[in-house]
Structure formats: C-alpha cells, structure tokens
Write a protein that binds this ligand. Structure first.
Ligand SMILES: [Zn+2]
Length: 113
C-alpha cells in the first residue's frame, strides 16, 4: 500500500521534492473519495467505538448504532468547532469498526455547520 501524502500547495510539493505532474492521489472516506488538499486539520488516529469482548464475539447486535451516533456526535461537533476538518477512525473490524455509523456521523457533522 502506498503512503497517503497530504499537502495543500505546489510550494509544499516542491519542498517535499515531489516531481511536477506526479498524481497527488486521493483519500478514501466513508462518504467517498476526496482530494488530499481538502482534508485540512486532521485527527489522525481516533476510535469512535471499540468493543474489546474478543474478535470471535464482536457483533453489531451487541450495541445500538443510533446510540453510538447520539453519544459521539457532540464530541465530533466540538472538534469541528476547534477547526478540525479531518478525522481518521482506525478501529479494526475485529474490535467493532462500523462504517455505517461513521458515515452517519460524517453526514451529521457536515450538515450541522
Ligand atoms: Zn488506535
């Protein structure tokens, strides 16, 4: 897997010695792909929800997705007010990653401002 580079300007690209014309790549989000320059200030390693019961027992029936969204949205809105525009949830599937909850939180977070 290629590393994701995030830079916002040709000046930064020159500073990093990235040849002109080299594709800048994309960032895959729960709401679709975006250009790296639109990511902005980012929290790079977060977990909206984790279930440490054990990989064999992790199951979406163990929690209420609506409750996760209701509980976590105020925290995500607060980060937005502080200028954070990017949020990377690093939760692996074996401890409960829920892309549907993450997408709902992303939509609500974006539509609140
Ligand atoms: Zn972590």
């Amino acid at each position: 897997m290629k590393p994701i580079l995030s830079f916002t300007s040709r000046e930064e690209q020159i500073k990093l010695r990235i040849p002109a014309g080299m594709p800048l790549g994309k960032i895959r989000t729960v709401l679709g792909d975006i250009h790296p320059s639109s990511l902005g200030l980012t929290l790079p390693h977060e977990h909206v929800m984790c279930d440490f019961i054990g990989a064999k027992s992790v199951d979406r029936s163990r929690y209420d997705r609506r409750e996760v969204v209701r509980t976590m949205l105020p925290y995500l809105l607060e980060t937005r007010q502080l200028g954070v525009t990017g949020f990377v949830d690093c939760t692996p599937a074996f401890i409960g990653r829920d892309p549907i909850a993450l997408a709902e939180l992303s939509r609500l977070r974006a539509s609140t401002f």
